[in-house]
Design a protein around this ligand. Structure first.
Ligand code: PMP
Ligand code: PLP
Length: 512
């Protein structure tokens, strides 16, 4: 049973009126099935959609290594098809029509079933579609953020998403991380020492990226996840779990174990698929730990199918689901029909689609491919640095995702200065930020583009609910200036993506 978390809803959410036409639309669904006639909706009739059939050509994943076969053009093709009113679970007439904000019932049911395959347990299995995780996160922020609220995020995070609620008056509070991700004791300390009289409402939401964190590449181990969930209960925090790299986890890949494939290469011994064995090693998602209904998990197909698919799903409690659907009903509406058809067909059991096992098989081989690229990048950088690896630069080996977080040991630079000011001054203590800018510029001049850590630094904003514009850091209290400086001192990293071609990885690493 979910606990009552309605006090987390934002001013905007509480003020939102349900779209009255969608309310009637929902009421009508049962009546229509019983033979009622509708004169209510401005829906174009499907007989006037100039569409008769859609086919998606995809690789057959029952071969030994579908990603390798696909890359070399040596693959069997499988076709996902649907027609206007054919026997597909999601015919064109349904997929291309208006529907409720959550998306078609057919695809939502399919994704609920997928959730049960992916996670050990899903106590709160209510699904609403999104236009990818950027859209999903933005909607979750609007669901929960009132002006002047404080939200927690890893101290380096993904600005494409963390920027979005700033104009709604949200303040970010950076949470210390190490190479594994959020440090639970630091999170507890931050909340324990929070002074509401000075700092405003205690943070009530944590936005985090648990696998292959963007930008640092860290993956939260099981123990930390359990502790963070316990802290969320202790301090009454809602967790937004943004997990686009969930399927790109590099440990325990089954293809590195002896083959035990059965029919079509998809099923292993004792009825357990090998892919299921692989994901059984993943640390549990926050969703699967969630007994209270305080987790909003956001999934996307961007990194495992294609970003242009613009489709994802949010899984959450019934309360949050209802309000997210209301927001969607009065804004973007449900996502496009093309993607809903694609995913519905893709998750049909073979021979129609890949089914969950075939999808995981594709993901497993993608993960093998990304792991190979990760190793190539780290090897190339190590070769380039030779004996200076560890002196000039080094990195941890990411267990998932698409990024290497390269530590640049700026103190080795001949122009490094650490005694700029006395420790009680408000000026930066070292010239790390300046040297990193210089390095970025030098890379650019030599033909390689990298992402400097400063791009991802979460700056603690400081703004009360009645203040409409953000305060400049120079007018912030001393404490916050120190914090900003602290982040600058930690910004001696570059985020390097190993998502490109081998050629780009080798040449780029060499220039770097
Ligand atoms: N504006 C008006 C006046 C409408 O009638 C409708 C659809 N009934 C919309 C907007 C919604 O358009 P869309 O389906 O492109 O979101
Ligand atoms: N969240 C994180 C952490 C990401 O790294 C990305 C893409 O880089 C996104 C969300 C965006 O995902 P989507 O394409 O599903 O909007």
């Amino acid at each position: 049973m979910a606990v009552d978390l309605s006090h987390h809803l934002s001013v905007e959410t509480k003020a939102r009126l349900a779209n009255p036409m969608k309310t009637i639309w929902r009421l009508a669904q049962g009546k229509l099935k019983a033979g009622a006639i509708t004169l209510a909706n401005g829906d174009p009739h499907p007989s006037l959609f100039p569409l008769s059939r859609v086919d998606f050509h995809i690789p057959d994943v029952s071969v030994d290594d579908p990603v390798e076969a696909w890359r070399h053009g040596d693959y069997q093709e499988q076709i996902l098809s649907t027609t206007v009113s054919g026997s597909s679970p999601l015919a064109l007439r349904t997929a291309m029509q208006y529907c409720a904000g959550k998306g078609t019932t057919e695809l939502c049911n399919t994704l609920q079933e997928l959730n049960l395959v992916l996670h050990t347990d899903v106590p709160q299995n209510n699904v609403i579609l999104s236009v990818g995780n950027a859209d999903a996160a933005t909607k979750c922020f609007r669901l929960l953020a009132s002006p002047g609220d404080n939200f927690l995020a890893e101290e380096f995070s993904y600005p494409g998403i963390t920027n979005s609620p700033l104009c709604h008056g949200l303040n970010w509070v950076p949470v210390p991380i190490d190479s594994d991700g959020i440090v639970p004791d630091a999170l507890d300390h931050l909340l324990e020492t929070w002074d509401s009289a000075v700092q405003g409402r205690r943070p009530h939401v944590l936005y985090c990226i648990p696998v292959g964190q963007n930008p640092t590449g860290g993956t939260l181990p099981m123990e930390r996840r359990r502790k963070i969930y316990e802290l969320a209960q202790k301090w009454d925090i809602v967790i937004i779990e943004d997990d686009p790299y969930y399927f790109l986890q590099f440990d325990h890949l089954p293809s590195q174990e002896p083959h035990t494939n059965g029919v079509n290469g998809l099923n292993g011994v004792n009825g357990h698929s090998k892919q299921k064995k692989w994901i059984d090693h993943f640390a549990p998602s926050f969703l699967s730990l969630d007994v209270d209904g305080r987790v909003l998990r956001i999934d996307t197909v961007s990194k495992v199918i294609a970003p242009g698919m613009r489709l994802g799903w949010i899984t959450c409690s019934e309360l949050f689901h209802r309000h997210l659907e209301s927001l969607t009903d009065s804004s973007t509406q449900h996502p496009h029909g093309w993607g809903q058809i694609f995913l519905s067909e893709l998750f049909r059991q073979p021979p129609h689609g890949w089914g969950p096992d075939g999808f995981l098989r594709w993901c497993e081989h993608l993960a093998i491919e990304y792991k190979r690229k990760r190793d190539l990048m780290i090897t190339e950088i190590r070769i380039g640095l030779g004996d200076d690896w560890g002196t000039f630069a080094d990195c941890d080996v990411p267990a998932g995702g698409m990024f290497v977080w390269l530590r640049v040991n700026v103190e080795q630079h001949p122009n490094f200065a650490s005694d700029l000011t006395a420790s009680d001054s408000l000026l930066p203590q070292t010239n790390t930020a300046y040297l990193m800018k210089e390095l970025f510029q030098s890379c650019l001049n030599n033909g390689v583009i990298v992402m400097p850590a400063a791009t991802f630094a979460i700056q603690h904003q400081f703004r009360r609910p009645d203040e409409t514009h953000m305060l400049d850091v120079r007018s912030c209290p001393v404490l916050l200036k120190r914090e900003a400086d602290d982040r600058a001192q930690k910004s001696n990293f570059l985020r390097l993506s190993f998502g490109g071609t081998d050629d780009a990885i080798v040449k780029g690493s060499s220039i770097l």
